[in-house]
Ligand binder design. Structure first.
Ligand code: TYD
Length: 411
């Protein structure tokens, strides 16, 4: 892509033009574009953030695509910084190895394997290869002893991998399938590598969770697709591949884990059952998403009123976790450094930086004890259970946590 961003007019899976505008979150900087202090006075690039629903194939999606070089060539997000996530992927790696790996020569490739949490956990059981386009993160993966190619995964790269390493037993792609504009190129590459016998396994945020127990803040420029199994079936079947198993997994609220293979796989009952559940939830109807949009607007109003009231009452408020989703929430709700004194985050790469658009300083969690806030806005709400347990002491001291979405809770 030559430009900084392009606007599409057709559904990215089926090509239809019958698209319904669901929610306009306004113009925003990319959610992971954290700023250095010296950049605070420079103009920040902002792009429209609007979600649409395809009336033909049921895919919820963005049509404004930010150049992936801007979004992904440097990345401050590390899987290893969120313990529940790191535990989840370590477990997944071991499960996949147990189920599919038969010999030490078998190869597992991970697309966007970040700092190699999953691959490092199984590198003594088989050959592993990480395809990680963010140079700074790829470096960390290499330091963990995982062979890493510092490029975007494409059909062209798949051909080179096949020539050099041969067929692949398993390809994994967790939380990246929503990020890739030319997803069809990825499937063409996957097909080359797995042939008829290999398996492609990926996890995506599930759209049923987004509009149910999740929050509008999971919408940001990196997430071009908000998948249902229904929409994924339409996509996968275009490549002579099939979804042979589908599971709901409890990470990021509720995610969808999908297993794809060639003609040698038989389809488990779980697939039909999941599709049935999605029909019952009416995930194939625009009205369902329009109702979600109305709730998001109300959610914003209530959160703004609560924070304004607390601030007027002289309360000290800080943020907890600086995830990408937090930046959608802060920008959409206009919560800036007049409201939050700072935000803590466990990711060393984010500490010392400022949130995009709202310019709130990101610091180490150590700082909480120094300032004794009255309220903590939990931006990493998807880890609420683990965080509330970890921070029992703060709650015992009377500090209250505000969970902002999908309905505000103060606990
Ligand atoms: P996450 O919700 O995984 O992602 P996204 O960026 O996709 O919205 O990010 C969670 C962030 O919260 C990450 O920057 C690490 C941080 N974090 C903490 O600061 N403390 C914690 O205890 C946990 C679990 C996460």
């Amino acid at each position: 892509m030559k430009d900084n961003f392009i606007h599409k007019n057709n559904c990215r899976i089926c090509g239809a033009s019958d698209l319904v505008k669901i929610l306009d979150l306004g113009e925003m900087p990319p959610a992971n574009a954290f700023l250095r202090k010296e950049d605070l006075n420079k103009p920040e690039p902002k792009f429209p953030l609007v979600v649409y629903f395809c009336n033909n194939c049921g895919l919820l999606q963005l049509l404004d695509v930010v150049n992936p070089e801007i979004l992904f060539s440097h990345y401050d997000y590390l899987t290893s910084a969120s313990k529940p996530l790191a535990d989840h992927f370590t477990k997944m790696g071991l499960e996949l190895a147990e189920k599919f790996i038969k010999s030490k020569d078998d190869l597992i490739v991970e697309i966007g394997g970040n700092d190699a949490v999953l691959l490092a956990s199984i590198k003594d059981k088989c050959r592993v290869l990480n395809i990680e386009p963010a140079g700074n993160v790829a470096e960390i993966s290499k330091q963990k002893g995982v062979e890493t190619i510092d490029e975007f995964f494409t059909e062209k790269l798949a051909k080179k991998i096949f020539e050099k390493y041969g067929p692949v037993k398993i390809i994994v792609a967790n939380n990246v399938m929503a990020h890739i504009d030319d997803i069809k190129d990825v499937f063409r590459g996957v097909k080359i590598l797995i042939g008829d016998d290999g398996t492609f396994v990926f996890e995506v945020h599930w759209v049923g969770n987004l509009i149910g127990n999740g929050g509008f803040d999971q919408i940001y420029h990196e997430h071009l697709y908000y998948y249902s199994l229904l929409a994924l079936e339409n996509l996968v079947s275009q490549f002579g591949l099939k979804i042979f198993n589908a599971e709901s997994v409890s990470i990021h609220g509720q995610s969808l884990r999908v297993y794809v293979g060639g003609r040698n796989f038989s389809v488990s009952e779980s697939v039909g059952q999941f599709l049935e559940k999605e029909k019952e939830l009416r995930l194939d109807r625009a009205e369902t998403f329009l109702k979600f949009s109305e709730r998001a607007k109300k959610n914003r109003e209530e959160l703004q009123n609560l924070l304004r009231r607390l601030k007027q009452g002289g309360k000290k408020i800080i943020g907890y976790g600086a995830p990408a989703k937090g930046n959608t929430l802060l920008n959409y709700c206009w919560i800036d450094n007049n409201i939050l004194d700072f935000i803590t985050d466990t990711t060393p790469l984010k500490q010392g930086l400022y949130t995009p658009g709202t310019h709130i300083s990101v610091v180490s969690p150590e700082k909480i004890k120094e300032v004794n806030p009255d309220y903590i806005l939990l931006l990493a709400w998807n880890y609420a259970e683990a965080i509330l347990e970890k921070e029992k002491d703060l709650r015992e001291k009377g500090i209250k946590f505000i969970i902002p979405v999908p309905r505000i809770k103060v606990i």
